[in-house]
Design a protein around this ligand. Structure first.
Ligand SMILES: Cc1cc2nc3c(=O)[nH]c(=O)nc-3n(C[C@H](O)[C@H](O)[C@H](O)COP(=O)(O)OP(=O)(O)OC[C@H]3O[C@@H](n4cnc5c(N)ncnc54)[C@H](O)[C@@H]3O)c2cc1C
Length: 468
């Protein structure tokens, strides 16, 4: 491998070939600190041509490649296995915004651009790039595309796939394929762009993309409502969509226990109500007219919801600071759950109309599997996507609880399957759910996925051991 590493140094510069443990350590552990892999080297190319040169060398020497962006993924997709045979290809030096076209409403960015920088550049051009998630300060657009990330704006703007008009990709053979034309219509054969989006780096390396931009809303108004059950939340969703149409950009469900954890671990963050309620929904409206118009719409929805007894209480934010603090309640849940100890996460989707029934039925089944466990249920209800997480019973040690992980996963995922849902709504499969998906995808789907992988990456060098 000395020849290979020497050739890498020539291709991208010795300073960007890291082999020393102290230099590579930061790249090899996953986001939640559960797993540390090994790599032959961490390679940090700075251009698409350098990525292509590295991929050709890897192909020639049969060295597996694990692409990595911000390493915020949650399914062990961006870290190598323990063999030490793969190189970790960090895309973070490909961080240029190549062009913004406000008339075409597009932006061409390199894969290593941090999501927050893209949002800021769009705002500077008086446009909105609506992808938003709690990891936006460190995740990259290449990672967002490769996992088809969701986030808080999916209800109105769709997943990352819907926000992308073209990609530049380095294939497993080291060729460069580009569809960076910014076209909204192009029916000229198979949709290659969409093969690479959501592929988690198993088919090629995304090096750049054309993203869709939108007009900036004139006003964003946020409200927190308190209600009894997820079924009430679904009726509220229907009411808000009927009244507000596309202006409804956020609809997030949180159980009372979620907010109790936030209040416990992050005081003084708490729901602004005089008493606790069983569930809460955070709603966001983005309005193209004015703040007054948005508030009027909100007041009408909330007034009707109170009349129809869909909600028991509501608080509308009257300032940006109040709006931020309502959103913080939602965003702090994952961290609060982590402070509470080990937990078992499920990132699932269910047809929206069946979510209430799913939660009722599955809560009972999980209690049968792990008596006394505490459900931390929250998520993007408007997209049918729940973080259906499980924390241990108060008196059970973390290690004993984690031993029940396989049984709890089986209970939850089988129930998701019975309700016609997906066991991975947002985070992908990575290495974590690769075995699990075999139980739920049909043999035909699996065969076609293997055929695509074999056609595009015949030597299985692109992120092996992930997805398939
Ligand atoms: C606090 C927190 C909140 C989150 N919230 C959400 C959320 O709301 N919605 C959501 O969908 N996800 C969420 N995530 C998960 C994660 O942030 C997303 O999956 C994100 O899109 C990953 O981007 P990244 O740059 O960190 O990718 P990485 O973690 O580095 O990589 C993710 C996968 O993509 C591959 N990859 C990365 N870059 C490339 C590339 N250029 N070409 C080919 N393959 C590549 C990797 O090999 C890996 O398989 C959250 C994570 C955290 C920590």
């Amino acid at each position: 491998m000395t020849d290979f590493l020497q050739a890498c140094r020539v291709a991208i510069g010795a300073a960007h070939v890291l082999t020393d443990d102290t230099d590579t350590a930061g790249y090899l552990t996953d986001q939640r600190g559960r797993y540390t892999g090994k790599a032959l080297a961490v390679l940090k190319p700075g251009t698409t041509e350098e990525v292509a040169a590295i991929v050709r060398l890897c192909s020639e020497h049969r060295v597996p490649i694990v692409p990595q962006g911000g390493n915020t993924g949650l399914v062990l997709g961006s870290v190598p296995d323990a063999s030490g045979k793969a190189v970790l290809l960090s895309l973070t030096r490909l961080n240029r915004i190549r062009a913004i076209d406000p008339i075409n409403n597009t932006m061409t960015v390199e894969a290593g651009c941090i999501l927050q920088h893209i949002q800021q550049a769009a705002a500077t051009a008086q446009r909105l790039f609506p992808l938003s998630l709690a990891a936006e300060g460190s995740c990259t657009i290449g990672g967002n595309l490769s996992t088809n990330a969701g986030g808080t704006g999916v209800l109105r703007y769709g997943n990352t796939r819907e926000l992308c008009l073209g990609v530049e990709v380095v294939t497993a053979q080291g060729e460069i394929m580009s569809s960076l034309r910014g076209l909204r219509k192009d029916n000229t054969g198979y949709d290659l762009r969409n093969l690479f989006i959501g592929a988690e780096g198993t088919l090629g390396i995304i090096t750049a993309a054309v993203l869709k931009l939108f007009p900036q809303p004139k006003a964003q108004v946020t409200a927190l409502t308190a209600l009894r059950t997820p079924d009430h939340a679904l009726r509220l969703l229907n009411l808000a969509q009927t009244h507000c149409g596309a202006a409804l950009t956020g609809f997030e469900l949180m159980s009372d226990f979620c907010l109790q954890l936030v209040a416990k671990h992050f005081p003084p963050h708490r729901a602004p109500f005089s008493k606790n309620h069983a569930h809460y929904v955070l709603l966001e409206l983005s309005d193209s007219e004015s703040e007054a118009h948005a508030s009027e719409m909100f007041e009408a929805v909330i007034g009707t919801a109170l009349e129809q007894e869909l909600i028991d209480d509501a608080a509308i934010a009257t300032s940006i600071a109040q709006s931020k603090s309502l959103w913080q309640l939602r965003e702090l849940i994952s961290m609060a759950q982590a402070h509470e100890g080990k937990n078992i996460k499920h990132d699932i989707s269910i047809p929206i109309s069946r979510i209430g029934e799913f939660i009722r039925v599955t809560d009972v089944l999980v209690q049968q599997t792990s008596p006394g466990c505490r459900m931390v249920t929250f998520g993007h209800l408007g997209d049918g996507n729940l973080h259906y997480n499980v924390s241990p019973p108060v008196d059970v040690k973390d290690t004993d609880f984690i031993n029940q992980q396989a049984a709890i996963n089986r209970t939850v995922h089988d129930s998701v399957d019975r309700f016609g849902g997906s066991i991975s709504a947002e985070h992908g499969l990575g290495a974590l759910k690769r075995e699990e998906i075999l139980r739920y995808k049909s043999p035909v789907e699996l065969r076609l996925m293997h055929a695509i992988k074999q056609a595009l990456d015949p030597h299985s060098l692109m992120n092996p051991g992930k997805v398939l």
